[in-house]
Write a protein that binds this ligand. Structure first.
Ligand code: GDP
Ligand code: IMO
Ligand code: MG
Length: 431
């Protein structure tokens, strides 16, 4: 299993962080390939809860080397804050453990301010972004005007940074937002530039050499399939390619090393989404409160990055099958099975109807969901608490039937089931 890609099969927050943590015990490298600190990946080990935003979740294990790939957008302020908070709890994150691609792009205070200003300008049609500057940073990347990590190492970095903030100030002014003070930003970034220097590396070459030497590289996706810029519910998406094939581009790997890649799709036992956009299986009654939780438990459905309550609904099998196809999933990991315990019945969307016609695939993907209504298969629930179960045979028959149904709908075998947030709360499937 030299290259393993872990990708979100829904709208993000599927539990990728805890699953990467599970696989990372066997990995030599753990690498992020897309997005930035819009991601919030939780890993629970005993009484410790780690909330990772930029650094791959595998860092919690002592051995893997963590990589921030070229496909990422990195806010140095968040990066150093995260390194410090990890080191405070005993996770050492020096240059021997973390390497940052010279070709990764930067997020600056100007990108953050523009993200917020543009959301306000969108008014009722706002995307509900995380406000981390993701969209504006990728916009500058595509416009070929952005600053990259490598620029931080060059003598003219301050000049480039000044020009960047000046240009952003013109935009902010046109959006009636206050301009940014340039000097304090330059001072901060001069410090970050010195701090980042020992971490910067040709990560693509390092990963290629590792894979050719038979080492295991775990690629950790951020966000999820339905938030992908091309294949998600556009325009209510993030600004990066989130899918498994993006791991190659976002890490600088060629096709050959990916030939035997395992592609693991993480899918929650129900559906959630944070931010605006279509959600055909959304529910808003008492059952929604039950799935979301009240916020008392750390795993309740409130954003890891923004704290916003997540929208919840039944698992959407049509969109899961779509995710299986686009990512080329070779296995499924189903999380939060414990949350379904005690429900009298469980529904899964198996098709949509529109104007009297039934669709098991969406004609134009999930972008145009207007007028499509979910058709459900209803399965029996179970009453047993599954959180202490570690063997497939010990799961209630109804739970196994549910997992089998999901696997059949997706056309992908289930490999793991997670029954709680703790590292060990995993059941390996007998499939
Ligand atoms: P990610 O963005 O995909 O890494 O997911 P998040 O960490 O944002 O959200 C998943 C939440 O569910 C976190 O609070 C996890 O600790 C929690 N979680 C993951 N798997 C399980 C599970 O099987 N059961 C329960 N109860 N919580 C889980
Ligand atoms: P993880 O990696 C869930 C959503 C935002 C918004 C849209 C665009 O933890 O699964 P952005 O700030 O990226 O421009 O916001 O994408 N979003 C996420 N939703 N999980 C995430 O990451 C997300 N990252 C972005 O809520 O709807
Ligand atoms: Mg998350």
């Amino acid at each position: 299993m030299p290259l393993k890609i872990v990708v979100g099969a829904q709208w993000g927050d599927e539990g990728k962080g805890r699953i990467v943590d599970w696989f990372a015990s066997q990995a030599e490298f753990v690498a992020r390939y897309n997005g930035g600190d819009n991601a919030g990946h939780s890993v629970t080990v005993g009484s410790q809860l780690f909330k990772l935003h930029l650094i791959p979740s595998g860092i919690v294990h002592p051995q893997p080397i963590a990589i921030l790939g070229n496909g990422m957008v990195i806010n140095p302020e968040s990066l150093f804050a995260e390194i410090e908070s990890l080191e405070k709890v005993g996770v050492e994150v020096g240059p021997q453990r973390l390497r940052i691609s010279h070709a990764a792009h930067l997020i600056t205070p100007a990108h953050k301010a523009l993200d917020q200003a543009m959301e306000v300008a969108r008014g009722k049609s706002s995307i509900g972004t995380t406000g981390r500057g993701i969209g504006p940073a990728y916009t500058d990347k595509a416009a070929r005007t952005n600053l990259r990590v490598a620029d931080m190492l060059l003598p003219d970095f301050a000049d480039k940074m000044r020009a960047h903030i000046e240009s952003a100030n013109t935009r902010l002014d046109s959006l009636d937002f206050p301009e940014l003070e340039i000097e304090p930003i330059l001072e901060k970034f001069a410090v970050y530039a010195e701090r980042i220097r020992p971490f910067v590396a040709d990560t693509a070459a390092e990963l290629d050499a590792a894979l050719r030497a038979g080492k295991t590289v775990l690629a950790e996706g951020a966000q999820g399939t339905l938030l992908d810029i091309d294949h998600g519910t556009y325009p209510f998406v993030t600004s990066s390619s989130t899918l498994a094939p993006a791991a190659l581009l976002g890490l600088g790997l060629g096709m050959t090393v990916a030939r035997d890649a395992v592609v693991s799709g993480v899918c929650k036992s129900f559906q959630t989404r944070v931010g605006s956009g279509p959600f055909p299986t959304e529910i808003e009654d008492d059952l929604a409160l039950r799935l979301r939780g009240t916020g008392e438990n750390p795993w309740d459905e409130y954003g890891t990055t923004t704290g916003r309550p997540r929208r919840v609904g039944w698992l959407d099998g049509v969109l899961l099958r779509y995710a299986a196809r686009l990512n080329g999933l070779t296995e499924l990991v189903i999380t939060k099975l414990d949350i379904l315990s005690g429900l009298p019945y469980i529904k899964v969307c198996t098709a949509y109807t529109k104007d009297g016609k039934t669709y098991t695939d969406l004609p134009f993907g999930p972008t145009d969901l207007e007028g499509f209504e979910a058709v459900y298969e209803q399965l029996p629930g179970w009453t047993e608490d599954v959180s202490a179960i570690r063997r497939w045979e010990a799961l209630p028959q109804a739970a196994r039937d549910y997992l089998d149904a999901v696997s059949k709908i997706a056309g992908v075998p289930v490999r793991l089931v997670s029954v709680g947030p703790e590292r060990e709360q995993i059941v390996e499937a007998n499939q």
